[in-house]
Design a protein around this ligand. Sequence first.
Ligand SMILES: CC(C)(COP(=O)(O)OP(=O)(O)OC[C@H]1O[C@@H](n2cnc3c(N)ncnc32)[C@H](O)[C@@H]1OP(=O)(O)O)[C@@H](O)C(=O)NCCC(=O)NCCS
Length: 265
Amino acid sequence: MTQIRKPVASDKQQILGFCTNTFSWGDYIHEVYDSWTNEGELVILEENNEPIAMCHGVIYSEEKMLWIEGIRVRQDYRRKGFAELLISHLERNAHDLGISHADMLIESENVPSLNLAAKIGYEIKSQWNYFAVESKKTSYSSLFDSVDYDELNYSELRFVESWRWIPLTRSNFQRLNSDGQILCIRDNKKIQSLGIMTDSRSFDNTMILTILFGKSYGIQKFIQYVQRLALEKNYSKLRILTQQDEIPIVSIQKKFPFYLVEKIL
Ligand SMILES: CC(C)(COP(=O)(O)OP(=O)(O)OC[C@H]1O[C@@H](n2cnc3c(N)ncnc32)[C@H](O)[C@@H]1OP(=O)(O)O)[C@@H](O)C(=O)NCCC(=O)NCCS
């Protein structure tokens, strides 16, 4: 019998048991499983009394967004429609709460997931690149320009927090701005480059810089600043997310392209 339910304590070991070598680099579910069981909606699919698939959904009420992440189906149960069942369960619950769209991030080479997303009505909204960068001592200046939300005429801007692509609403902007997380550089008074730095709550020790837009000079300043800050604050990982194909830095360790996909519920 197939059943979708909330997690119970005994699920953890079985779920983590098949979330080890999911990708060439391994998996991250063990890092987030505990926080996901306490935050948002972690759903488990059980088949004949065994947990064989999971998925996590987080509701962003103000943004009217359901963020979907961590879809995992045990290898020997794939291609039976279980991922579709889990996602539509989360979508239905979110729709009942007045949520208007569901979003997720898919690696550009993950063909099964891209096909899955397309089959159930998701469309590619934007392409992003992920750069792994080292923290290090740099000659940097923390003098950035101030910026007001009303100057940003881009309703589609997003920033990355805890590996979720969150719309930059006025209240998100104000929260980030009062915490000094918004980096701005102007050129002749006009905003030339804009970045947002966050530290990940679910993922240990990660600082993330989203480059919303910018020119080489500004982006380089942002990167130097966060490299130094990551070192000072003892973050072991520094990640840069941007829609640009290249970033002006020599010591890039890795680059991965991803798609942000969205469905109107
Ligand atoms: C991607 C994944 C979640 C799909 O789970 P699943 O239960 O096998 O998917 P479903 O059976 O619901 O498949 C639904 C559709 O997805 C697509 N799909 C799924 N697996 C596919 C594959 N291996 N190749 C091509 N298309 C595939 C198909 O369109 C499929 O419909 P169809 O069977 O009618 O052709 C599963 O392969 C998995 O756990 N992969 C590793 C983790 C991962 O990549 N997670 C997603 C990160 S964004």
